[in-house]
Design a protein around this ligand. Sequence first.
Ligand code: HEM
Length: 179
Amino acid sequence: MKGIVFTEFLEMVEAKFGYEMVDKIISSSELSNDGAYTATGTYPHHELLQLLNELSNASDTEKSVLLHSFGTYMFVTFKNGYPGFFEGFEHGFEFLKSVDAHIHKEVLKLYPDAKLPSFETRGDGNEMRMTYRSYRKMADFAHGLIEASMSHFGHEHQVSKKVLVQDGSEVEFHIVIEV
Ligand code: HEM
């Protein structure tokens, strides 16, 4: 998993819970590099899961809630870091369709070792279904990113989630714009 995911995760933990919490979850996890991540490096995905577990225990917050918040937080990072990917869209659904069709493909050119989820979208008008597939099972992170995207494009929205494969590797989001 790319280092930017780790550096942003720890930054979010610091912003929401304070530096002591960052210190606490790093020292209670078994990390290969003592939590010294760089944005362009690549690190084992299980280290993120460990940090998430430790944060969930220490803050008494469900992992799904933390991952969703992390998605919302990461949206701002992407928006500031890659403004070009957000330009030229009138509608949030067009942007969401471009994640699989364009954005993540460009990400792969920049970072050939990135492991990205796949998204399948259908429907238009005021409703869209977006199916997430990834062995990393980070659908709640996607959920936060989807909601932040809809807000960014000015849509009042409801997003519901249906688990298609029990282990969380396949999840369908139903996004409805309230008019
Ligand atoms: C400019 C916008 C975006 C950029 C630059 C971007 C880039 C990235 C990068 C670098 C990763 C890490 C890959 C790795 O660690 O190997 C990632 C992962 C991910 N991205 Fe995006 N992304 C963007 C927008 C989105 C949006 C809007 C969504 C949701 C609809 C999304 C869903 C995900 C998910 C769920 C993952 C976690 C990996 C997984 O579940 O397999 N991304 N993205």
